[in-house]
Design a protein around this ligand. Sequence first.
Ligand code: 26M
Length: 824
Amino acid sequence: TATEATPVARLNTEQLKDNIVRHLHASLGTDVNKASPQAWWRATCAAINEQVFDGLRNTQRTHYEKNTRALHYFSLEYLMGRLFSNNLHNLGLYDQARQALGELGMNIADLEDQEEDMALGNGGLGRLAACFIDSLATLNYPAIGYGIHYEHGLFKQSFQDGRQIERPDSWREYGNPWEICRPESVQEISVYGYVETVYDLQGRMKKVWHPGRIIKGVPWDIPVVGYNGSSVNVLRLWESRASDFFNWDVFNSGGYIDAARENIEAETISKVLYPNDETDAGKELRLIQQYFFVSCSLKDIIRRYKRSHGDDWSDFAKQVVIQLNDTHPAVAIPELMRILVDRAEMQWDQAWNLCQQVFAYTNHTLLPEALEKWPVRLFEKVLPRHIEIIYEINRRFLVEQVDVLWPGDNQKKRKLSIIEEGHDPMVRMGHLSVVGSFRVNGVAEIHSTLVKSDLFPEMVALWPDKFTNVTNGVTPRRWLKACNPRLSALLDKQVGTNWPTDLKQLSKFAAFADDPAIQDAFMAIKQQNKAELASVVKKLTNIDIDPHAIFDIQIKRLHEYKRQHLNLLHILALYRRILQEPDYDMVPRVFLFGAKAAPGYKLAKEIIYAINKIADKINHDKRVKNRIKVVFMPNYRVTLAEKMIPAADVSEQISTAGKEASGTGNMKLALNGAVTVGTLDGANIEIAEEVGSDNIAIFGLTVDDVKALQAKGYNSSDYYYADPEIKAILDWLETDYFTPGKPGELAAIKRSLLEGGDPYLVLADFASYVKAQEKIDLWYRDKTLWAKKAMLNTASVGKFTSDRSIEDYVSRVWQLQKCAVNVK
Ligand code: 26M
């Protein structure tokens, strides 16, 4: 029976205490007198899970009974972070839990620190997926996230003499309380082997794939709790195992030891997250990872569909929509074709029609090196039937679409073909994704424009309505309410308590931007957050920083296009000015970095090393008189972001225009009252529109400027010879000033900017960047002026909630209905 009650009952403090102690006894086998913090944490998780699982059962039953259309989000990455305080906040139990634990003699923050980050992602793309599943549950949309249950998430980073060291991340070594294994939903998938052409009794040709290997996929479900008693959806992650059939029985002539080896190979598939945010073209295991999770997920979707529709496919596209998070899961397109044509014996046209109604594709990057391509020969080996299907998709596309619009134009065909010709032909996954989807979106207005104009202009000519934009967003539950409780309390007081689900409410805060009392309250909160971060910095790096300095923060993966080295050149310029002019007047600044470099990305690692060496020199130079401090935080991850973002005064968003698809850190920082120093790139442009030009420091070349400069021929050495400051700084990097006795250790940066041609226009933007930073310095000197700008940032960025992104996807792509959850 349907009721209006929320799907999850609220507990009071006493009930919560009882439940925690009960789990300490019954689930952990210990008691209040001898339990470790780890045991307390687990017992509390178990108590939380009682509420979570109630909501999960109610949600799943409701979706089943109502037979709702659902979104299926396919992503190789989910950067979830910790779930303890997130689940408590979303259940509305955080304060009760803190109270309950306090009365039991425990500090909730200490328990939170028992949890490993769930770091199953590299950066923006994976964290976006995590924000989206939070919003989907909060907005009561039926949705499931599919991905891989990696044994090892993104590597842990430490520094040894300033250089990045990677260690494996074993996030579930001692078990993970949030996940549920579902052996009843195991799937089996095939790889390798060969394709046989056979003819049935009617003489029709059929293709039969004889697989070389069968692999089992075991699903682990992680409940995703919506905010304030809404739905509890699931994230379903597949773990690979050897198939029982193929390995431990008499058909395996290799015997017992070979079977054990095959087990290890099967289990390798979900062993580790690839730590690149570029492509690993040619890495067989990566292609198998993609196919493994896509095939398991499609089978899971089809099993669920058949439970209510049998073998009648006519409602499939009404019930199912699949979002491809970048091209990583694009092999889903030929896989669904294979299932429909080879297995369900559907006609090609009908199957293709269905496919094109089910898939939608999000593009997250324009960088050519990150556009996925797979060697045809690899496909032939791993997925011999799929490459045939891709050829047929391509043949029909070229004949029925391309040749109709551009008859006889072979150049167009070469450019649009899903297969890139050459001595080593490649499958272009972006082309496949566009051709097989009903909608394609970029992740910020400028980026979506460039996807159309620069990446797929001919595809736009073929299908103008296929292309759209959905600007990214972030969940304000994690990125304001949970991570910045002081600011959240102030906002509750000033704008009411609805902002976590209606972020535009924050615009009411603008009315207080000139109110001295609220300015003081706001700046006092920032000060406390900075003091807290200062003690984290002390603990992690042993560096003392002054909470009254400007906290200037750049946190994101290390990449040349993100230009951490531009930030570094500015630091060197300031340092040099101080040395030349001992009384150089500047507001003291702490430059904080957080970034991991892909283990094979040489120059990125050199930039980390240079920042660390330069930090060491500046931080210990008495002449600097603490006007500059430089800190590289080790092992940047979601949990560290939650501590840094609330303490930021300045947000560095300094990518070369046209290169950063959106950015999402930019949104989190502005939401927490940081002023952006940024280029007109990605979502910075939309942030500038929302906050107004007085409240952001925009600098540098625009997308059009970049194109014009590159067209006329960019010569970075012109800037080197024309600007004595640039010359002095770059020459400095070749000396042993920062690496005593080892000259040249930091020279790689100079080389890339001069001999390397400075592909990301660092030197071209340097002067303008320095000016923007001077503006920041000037603004900060006026406390009232700064408070106002910071507050207006918080007040103005309501657009960037992931709830709005999801509503945009619903209306522009998914066409879902909300589904209120019934309570039994
Ligand atoms: C490739 C091969 C092997 C392993 C990983 C990859 C890979 C992973 C991530 C390739 C590309 C990846 O991501 C591109 C990406 O992260 N794009 C970012 O997406 C964010 C969310 O939309 C945007 O905010 C960022 O601007 C964009 O860089």
